[in-house]
Write a protein that binds this ligand. Sequence first.
Ligand code: G3H
Ligand code: 13P
Ligand code: ZN
Length: 328
Amino acid sequence: ALVSLRQLLDHAAENGYGLPAFNVNNLEQIQAIMQAADECNSPVIMQGSAGARKYAGEAFLRHLIEAAVESYPHIPIVMHQDHGASPSVCVNAIRSGFSSVMMDGSLQADAKTPSTYEYNVNVTADVVNIAHSVGVSVEGELGCLGSLESGMGEAEDGHGAEGVLSHDQLLTDPEEAADFVRKTGVDALAIAIGTSHGAYKFTRKPTGDILAIERIKQIHARIPNTHLVMHGSSSVPQEWLEIIRQFGGDIKETYGVPVEEIQQGIKYGVRKVNIDTDIRLAMTGAIRRSLEKDKSNFDPRKFLKEATAAAKDICKARFEAFGCAGQA
Ligand code: G3H
Ligand code: 13P
Ligand code: ZN
């Protein structure tokens, strides 16, 4: 059944587990997630970005997720709008049936330029007013997603700001988070705690302390009833990078967030863990391998089936590691 993010994350908080929120763009990704959730008996969060809507079209995306709801009636599913760039994007998602929206007011409506705190508060509070009146949950974002290792990594503004901002300034401020939640009433809050989007998070193999665990604890203590969200949570599996390279791909050395660190984050209050890149890497590796191994094949179902299986394995591993297996 379709449920709101608030319903799912309240249950996760009461029972001390976290939930992966997987980005979806097509049939195969949705089937992979649902097959994994069915086998693990896990609740599901599927989220569509602006890029997903552009790729699939809003109606296809919505109907594919609705097909998942219909096919797996025993599994609670959140249909979430990822990184809504403006209130109108969120209102459109609400009207089309999404049960949760993210108003990402950390950036201006161009989704590139950092915004002011006042702008963020205003647009987010507006969306909360509308969404809550129809039972839809809202995720906000406060802080600048970057990488602690490089000073900023690939920051959301696209310009590395190394040397301009200190580590501390890159992390979400606990006091500001409390003020933001008081003024907006968001159900969930994406915080900057050391991660960044995409495959290129860290240039060296992480040896622990990737996440700002102390900061997570401080923020959680200030806003215990607001669910913390961690973006950029792909672990960038080295096995899949190897397979991509082995079968003709070209991906330079890179590392993601170790699953054990995400487990630490969940222990101290993170409830929603956004993952897109890991599924992309697994599907790409599986397709490259399949096409290389069976050169005479021209039936897309054959290589897409292998891509689905690869994505499903990632999803199962995350459901199990985050503690949501068995919680549907
Ligand atoms: O937040 C970023 C997600 O990975 C979605 O990426 O905008 O390419 O669909 P996308
Ligand atoms: P990754 O690029 O680490 O998978 O993060 C995805 C994300 O945060 C989507 O909002
Ligand atoms: Zn994100």
